[in-house]
Ligand binder design. Structure first.
Ligand code: PMP
Length: 349
């Protein structure tokens, strides 16, 4: 027996490639092409670096208060962490302890199975239909918890409140997490359902609609008991997941509603142009409710297109996985980036 036998054996999540060069178009990680609000940049610039000698506010109270105000909730209904990946991992740890398998779609965010492996949570996946739609009735079965990304990733399909309600109605006894990482780009939030369903938790992030992927801020909204279980999980793992700079910058972002709305509408209008442009080239893609599209070409293999685009310094995301291995996930970039992408695709042979 060697120490090597005791190292973790897990297939970790693979994030979008980060090429080691500067002059390229990065459409592979669903980042926002626009900078964060000028107020965020100002908050960082004006942050008194001397204060770094002290620990941050352990429970990120000032940021949670700003979020609570924005959503019309109490601070006790909000948990904040180091990116929504951190928050989701804590949710899995805090809510899925029944020993029964949790359920989520077969095509969804590929971090879910990794957290299950890591935390030894049994799980079952439920196939989406041939158009990548989730059938809510399929979730009416015994389970130890439910996770639904809405809009879903990488499919980009967003569903309305009746869909989440249907899932909640048949799952009164387990926690239902709705991962709304992309909801601000025209999706419909389950927020109004929080009053009605005490087992609902919503997670959101500053990485996409708030252009702050590099800062790592995510949060969960839910009833007080749910949120206090998250704090118990956090305080058994890392007391200070959010640093002081992130808390200050996060508040500045939340308080600049105008910039937030403006950036989102730019991304949405570029998304519509990208969608039309790709369809004009013969790509098949569902209408997107996110800041990315999920496209397939009947003539060209997705992997080949992905490699071809790399030769033009354009990076998109390809998943070598059953059911989606002929699809590309393409992030909505600036207008100029979309032009370059469409120009490059015109060179496909
Ligand atoms: N949920 C989904 C569906 C995502 O695609 C992502 C981004 N990879 C996340 C959560 C996590 O984002 P972050 O940790 O940057 O908040």
């Amino acid at each position: 027996m060697s120490w090597k036998d005791n190292l973790i054996k897990i297939q970790p999540y693979t994030a979008g490639e980060q090429p080691n060069k500067t002059d390229f178009i990065k459409l592979n990680a669903n980042e926002n092409p626009y900078p964060p609000s000028p107020e965020v940049i100002r908050a960082i610039r004006e942050f008194n670096g001397e204060n770094l000698k002290k620990y941050p506010n352990a429970d990120a109270v000032p940021l949670r208060a700003a979020l609570a105000k924005r959503f019309g909730l109490e601070c006790e209904n909000v948990f904040a962490g180091n990116g929504s990946d951190d928050v989701l991992a804590l949710c899995f740890r805090a809510f899925f302890n029944s020993g029964k398998p949790i359920i989520y779609p077969d095509i969804t965010y590929s971090f879910y199975p990794v957290w299950c492996e890591m935390l030894k949570i049994p799980y079952e996946t439920i196939p989406v239909d041939e158009n990548f739609n989730i059938n809510a009735a399929d979730y009416d079965r015994p389970n130890g918890g439910v996770v639904i990304a809405n809009p879903n990733a990488p499919t980009s399909i967003g569903r309305g409140p009746d869909f989440i309600r249907e899932i909640l109605d048949c799952n009164r006894e387990s926690v239902v997490i709705v991962d709304e990482a992309y909801v601000d780009f025209g999706g419909i939030s389950a927020l109004p359902l929080l009053n009605e369903y005490e087992n609902l938790v919503i997670t959101q992030t500053f990485s996409k609609s708030r252009s702050m992927a590099g800062m790592r801020i995510g949060y969960a909204l839910g009833n007080k008991e749910i949120i206090s279980a998250l704090f118990a999980a956090k305080d058994s793992y890392n007391s200070y997941p959010m640093d002081s700079v992130a808390i200050a910058a996060g508040i500045a972002s939340v308080e600049d509603e105008e910039y937030f709305a403006e950036t989102i509408s730019r991304v949405i209008s570029s998304r519509e142009r990208l969608t039309e442009g790709l369809r004009a080239f013969g790509f098949d893609l569902p209408d997107s409710s996110a800041n990315f599209v999920f496209a397939e070409h009947p003539k060209y293999a997705a992997r080949d297109i992905c490699e071809f685009l790399k030769t033009k310094d354009i990076y998109v995301r390809y998943f070598s996985k059953p059911r989606i291995d002929n699809r590309l996930r393409i992030t909505v970039g600036t207008e100029e980036e979309i032009d370059k992408l469409l120009d490059a695709l015109a060179g496909l042979k």
